[in-house]
Write a protein that binds this ligand. Structure first.
Ligand SMILES: Cc1ncc(COP(=O)(O)O)c(C=O)c1O
Length: 345
């Protein structure tokens, strides 16, 4: 395993989204019906039994969040309690024992603090990406919940999603579904992502940045935009995002629903978004921790490309949403109560 380079050797401007083996991660074990306290470790390799349910039956869930360096050198997290709560729900869906939510947040903070030199400098657009992960492990072969579990939080610096400004990309609709009605689409579980690799690959080969998934029951409504939620801006100054039981409840989405209404004076709507009614939108985008806010130039559907604002320029409302959200995350814009948690260094 190649360890991460020293912080002084990292080119912060050109990081991308790649694995890096940082000095410390958090690891806790669940055995005999309870979680141990866990702690930091330098070992980035997990040692697990061949019968582990995570390997065979997808008993695995995860989260994704970021730590941000502010102008004055502080480090802060954006709504980590929401990630803890969502992982709790994912665990319930897969019959896994939730890791206590306050301890989840404390574990995340301990990993950020231990790897603080790897949080990219303010102004580079880079962040420290954190990956909490839980897997079912232990001696097992039947299709039932694992006897033991591991919970880990590891981290790596990642670059700004856009170099040189926010730029739109095109998406295509898919014949494939990422989740079933009443399935696991609402949960952040590994199985949802295994099934998305093929449609994602086909979209990339056809020159699109990712897939727009339609609702699995009728294929008439937009659900997700790759590994992100979809939004559209209407002529009437509404921020609209799909409501469905089979999409992942994005923390970025709920944050933008709030900011659209309270900071931008828009009407925020969770509702149906029909794929044959895209003319109602003047702008559209994808939103999530990794994508932040990614403007969608156009969506291909039935061999026709529907362009929203422009294939090359970001629309004014999308830009405002982006500036507000990233301003809060990097500490330049005042955050709503409780959204920001500082990491004690
Ligand atoms: C399928 C899917 N949808 C949406 C999102 C966006 O969620 P969040 O804003 O909480 O990162 C993600 C990423 O976490 C995702 O994997």
């Amino acid at each position: 395993m190649t360890k991460a380079p020293a912080p002084s050797e990292i080119d912060w401007q050109n990081l991308g989204f790649n694995y890096m083996d940082l000095p410390y991660r958090f690891l806790a074990h669940y055995k005999d019906g309870k979680w141990d306290d866990g702690g930091l470790t330098e070992d980035s390799t997990l040692h697990i039994n061949e019968g582990s349910t995570a390997l065979h039956y997808g008993q695995a869930d995860f989260e994704g969040l970021k730590a941000y360096r502010t102008k004055n050198g502080d480090i802060q997290l954006f709504r980590p309690d929401r990630n803890a709560a969502r992982m709790h729900k994912s665990c319930e869906r897969l019959l896994m024992p939730p890791f206590p939510e306050d301890k989840f947040v404390a574990a995340v903070k301990s990993v950020v603090k231990a790897n603080a030199d790897y949080v990219p400098p303010y102004g580079t657009g880079g962040t420290l990406y954190l990956r909490p992960l839980m897997i079912g492990v232990g001696e097992n072969i039947g299709v039932h919940p694992a006897p033991e579990y591991l919970f880990t939080v590891f981290a790596m610096p990642v670059g700004a999603y856009y170099k040189g400004g926010v730029k739109p990309t095109n998406f295509t609709t898919s014949y494939y579904d990422r989740a079933a009605p009443h399935g696991t689409g609402q949960s952040k579980v590994g199985g949802n992502y295994g099934g998305s690799l093929l449609p994602g690959d086909e979209a990339h080969k056809a020159g699109f940045s990712d897939v727009i998934y339609l609702d699995p029951a009728t294929h008439t409504k937009i659900e997700e935009a790759g590994s992100a939620n979809f939004f559209g801006i209407t002529k009437n100054n509404e921020f609209v995002t799909p409501k469905s039981d089979s999409i992942l409840p994005s923390i970025t989405k709920y944050s933008l629903l709030y900011l659209a209404e309270h900071n931008l004076g828009m009407k925020a709507v969770e509702g149906e978004v029909f794929i044959d009614d895209l003319d109602r939108f003047t702008e559209a985008g994808a939103m999530g921790t990794a994508a932040v806010i990614a403007p969608i130039g156009g969506i291909e559907y039935k061999n026709q490309l529907h362009v929203f604002y422009s294939e090359t320029e970001v629309g004014p409302v999308t830009q405002k949403l982006y500036d507000t959200l990233t301003g809060i995350q990097f500490g330049d814009v005042e955050a709503p109560e409780g959204w920001i948690q500082k990491v004690d260094l």
